[in-house]
Design a protein around this ligand. Sequence first.
Ligand code: GAP
Length: 454
Amino acid sequence: MTQVESKTTSNDTPFVPIEKIVALCKRRGFVYPNSEIYGGVSGIYDFGPLGVELRNNIRRYWWWSMVQLHDNVVGIEGAIITHPKVWEASGHVENFVDRLVDCKNCKRRFRIDHLPEENVLQNKCPACGGELTEPRRFNLLMETYLGVVEGERMKTYLRGEACQNIYLDYDNVVKSSRVQIPFGICQIGKAFRNEVTPGNFLFRQREFEQWDLQFFVHPSEMQQWFDFWKEKRFEWYMGLLNHKDRLHFREHGKDELAHYAKQAFDIEYQTILGWQEWEGIHWRQDWDLSRHGEYSGHDLSYSDPITKERYIPWIVETSGGVDRTFLNLLLDAYEEEPDPSGKEARTVLRLHPTIAPVKVAVLPLQKNKEELVSTAKSIHHTLRRLMVTQYDDVANIGRRYRRQDEIGTPYCVTIDFQTLDDQTVTLRERDSMAQIRLPIAELPMYLLERITWR
Ligand code: GAP
């Protein structure tokens, strides 16, 4: 058996309803509503045992491809709370606003920039046709307070975009790690936004996680690095997808550019929600370092060690969401496959083996045969040191395969009576359901070769 390549499907395949993913996530322990026993908090979620494995794999894969594979990229991990002036300098206190309207009739709330143009022009609710209120402006930054004594407490913000730490630490990184322009700094971290309309599960949350690369360049090389990272990020997502025709670039119109961006492209993915942003590639130019230099009084210019030229570096940003990646990959991977025998459909998550939460399940054919169980446990104990492994001896083998298909486990190993004779096992592959026999001694290497990113 050879490893099955990611399957490419066309746009004819129907889109998966978000509700199916929400139900699977709850049922199998990927994602739970936060504070559910108190009624939950809209736009905030917790990740369960499988969710945390998937999330960690997604993060590690990003870090490996962005930091480990690039000699001119380093990583940091900044704090969620920063000095309040950071958010004045960044422009968020003034500009990080959404305009919203309420329907006077059905009381629904909408962001103006999400309404169809005709509804804005006619001041008409898209849901019920009722009259809309005057637009109101809301700042998305989440406030918090430092200090204990009333009156002396300092108001600040939970970071509204994770990347600000990178600008704050830029000078320290230059001085402490001998990087030279062009170079990049990466970070993965939580961000917080008082979204006016949180919703669609993990798509728009109030607490979420972002991954950022800020790549510092000489202004004359901006275009070349912008194009380089734009392509690299597109390829990265492509490599994980089954539905490759559902990914494209969309350039921002001049009227929708963020306050810091001179040019921007979104990598968009098409789901049941339509084409939606997955990651932004932003031409931030010298906005961030100039503003922080101005507001802090700290000189953030760069001195070229060879030419001695001094200048404010320009920045290419690639900024995506860990949670949006989590959701999009589940939407992309989920499939209900009709059973040829006419029984229950097979639900399968065709996740890329490198990011699947469990890599292999070890299954004794019968749980009441001591020799099968002890051999299976011994294989499980060997494999779990190398990869996330599940041991399962409950229910018939067909059911156990289905349980693993539903959570995206790429391989199942079955220990049967032949194993006791010749030390081989059955190895079943998730997507094709093809089975081969393999010597126990070859299992670790066989699996590692297929689950490790390269
Ligand atoms: N530093 C640039 C920046 O923050 P952004 O387009 O606002 O840009 C980057 O956010 C990415 O973060 C988005 O492409 C999306 O994947 C993710 N993201 C933004 N807001 C989100 C939210 N409310 N919930 C989940 N993910 C979000």
